[in-house]
Design a protein around this ligand. Structure first.
Ligand SMILES: Nc1ncnc2c1ncn2[C@@H]1O[C@H](COP(=O)(O)OP(=O)(O)OP(=O)(O)O)[C@@H](O)[C@H]1O
Ligand SMILES: [Mg+2]
Length: 484
């Protein structure tokens, strides 16, 4: 593609490049730069791409898109913001695939993955649509699963994936839109037909300076969509609606002014039931994922699908046939009168929600096994410690993904927040040993929540992902118990 076509719409400060240059690829990591590429020097949170211009030139980059003038002798195009320019160039290079797709974006601290899976299921079962999904667990083109490195891909990979989805015949794409992706222009250039807000609670304060900054980041979604769907019971709902450049409809359990409401809630061990009501109609809803938070997820999904033209009846039918999401309140087999749930709760709010959910239907003890990730928001560790030991009858504090941090140091920060008495918890650094402990010491009626890893089948230590699948670990422990 000609350089001028790739740069269409971009404000150029200065250029020494020939706009008729034929560009055969785009890269922003010099390790993957190829002959004929446009290399985009992005100022990262960890490293600055401008330092890698010599390496990219060495690899045969034809032109550099940059913020500051390169020291290397290579044709360049200077812009004010190269991270934004990477997104704009990628949209042009892949011929703006989002323009031919019905784009749905879900943002919020918790519930994004669950909601995107449910929206996909409704569009497939009720409209017969071919749907692309982009999120934490994996990316999907129809039923085909593709691995993913993060909840919302970098702009170049995102546009390439959207092109693949459009070419594969997808008509709709539902994606998780993290606050990082909004601030870092990963979704720049995409117009969303519907934007959904689930909730906002404490997380990512290693990236955002405070909760207001975090909320403002999420609210950016509502300046690039045609219709907004917002959880009116959330304390940051007004921030989302205030920043919206589109009509917003609200859903709620408590707020009586919401356009869509849930009433007569039934919170059951394996799911929820409630009446969904709008001004015009009402339907009985049932969803096979437990927890009051699942009522909120279902309402957000319904609000989104109503905005896309489905009827409330169709939403009810779709949700009734939906099954759970991997690693979200997922039950695994045990060898006795107790339950083990694998859940991706890794924030204070999610841990609180899942433990309260379990408490509502548990006949025995609630047992929590949890840790905190390394190289992430440290301020939430003591809070997780307090919540996990207060809301469970017994807690085992262990490792999650320590990454480059000392696992015992992380556990010490979690323990710093614990106020519960000593007999209510122990710390076991090795997660496999911790799982063995809760199984070996289970009591009849226990509901054991393995919190934090969810769908993950690895443990990340010092940049290495070691295979670790809690489903397999539980099965192996049960197998060994058989032979005791
Ligand atoms: N609406 C909700 N409100 C609060 N907690 C929720 C909600 N939905 C799910 N959870 C809890 O949070 C966990 C994570 O849910 P989910 O993966 O859907 O969130 P997410 O927003 O995709 O998270 P991430 O930002 O890590 O991708 C679940 O396992 C459950 O414990
Ligand atoms: Mg997610």
């Amino acid at each position: 593609m000609k350089l001028r076509e790739i740069l269409k719409g971009l404000d150029i400060l200065h250029s020494t490049a020939d706009m008729e240059t034929e560009i055969t690829g785009i890269s922003y990591d010099s390790r993957s730069t190829a002959q004929g590429d446009l290399f985009v020097a992005v100022v990262g949170t960890v490293s600055d791409g401008h330092c890698f211009i010599p390496a990219a030139a060495e690899k045969g980059a034809a032109v550099v898109l940059c913020q500051s003038v390169p020291q290397t002798d290579i044709p360049y195009v200077q812009v004010a913001d190269s991270r934004y320019a990477l997104a704009a160039a990628s949209v042009n290079y892949f011929e703006n695939p989002a323009a031919s797709l019905v784009m749905i974006g879900v943002t919020g601290t918790n519930g994004k993955t669950t909601s995107t899976y449910l929206i996909k299921h409704l569009l497939e079962t009720q409209l017969g649509a071919k749907v692309g999904l982009i999120g934490t667990n994996c990316n999907m083109i129809g039923s085909q699963e593709l691995p993913t490195a993060r909840t919302t891909p970098e702009s170049y990979e995102l546009q390439r994936l959207l092109r693949e989805m459009a070419d594969a015949g997808c008509t709709h794409v539902v994606m998780e839109v993290s606050s990082h992706s909004l601030v870092l222009d990963r979704v720049a250039g995409i117009r969303f037909r519907v934007g959904v807000f689930t909730n906002l609670t404490r997380d990512h304060l290693d990236f955002h300076k405070d909760m207001d900054d975090y909320a403002a980041a999420k609210a950016m979604l509502f300046s690039v969509c045609d219709a907004g769907v917002v959880n009116a019971d959330d304390s940051y709902a007004s921030v989302m609606t205030a920043r919206a450049a589109c009509p917003v409809s609200c859903y709620a359990i408590n707020d009586e002014n919401a356009e869509l409401r849930a009433q007569q809630l039934q919170l059951l061990p394996a799911g929820v039931r409630f009446h969904a009501k709008t001004a015009a109609e009402a339907e009985e809803i049932s969803l096979a994922i437990p927890g009051r938070f699942s009522v909120y997820n279902a309402l957000g999904v319904i609000g989104c699908c109503l905005a896309l033209g489905l009827t409330l009846r169709q939403c009810a039918e779709g949700l009734a046939s939906a099954h759970g999401v991997k690693g979200r309140v997922e039950a695994v087999p045990t060898d006795g009168d107790y339950t083990i749930l694998i859940d991706y709760s890794h924030t204070p709010d999610a841990l609180e929600n899942v433990l309260k959910t379990v408490r509502e239907t548990c006949g025995g003890r609630v047992v929590a096994l949890f840790g905190c990730g390394g190289d992430r928001d440290r301020t939430k560790r003591p809070i997780m410690g307090r919540i996990g030991t207060e809301l469970a009858d017994f807690a085992v504090i262990t490792s999650d993904n320590p990454r480059t941090e000392d696992p015992d140091a992380i556990i010490a920060e979690i323990l710093a927040g614990v106020t519960a008495s000593a007999e209510k918890y122990i710390a076991v650094t090795d997660r496999v040993k911790a799982i063995e402990y809760v199984i070996e010491h289970h009591q009849p009626g226990d509901v054991i929540v393995l919190a934090g890893k969810g769908h993950e089948t690895y443990q990340e230590i010092n940049h290495v992902k070691h295979h670790m699948d809690e489903r397999e670990i539980v099965a192996e422990i049960l197998e060994r118990r058989k032979h005791k």
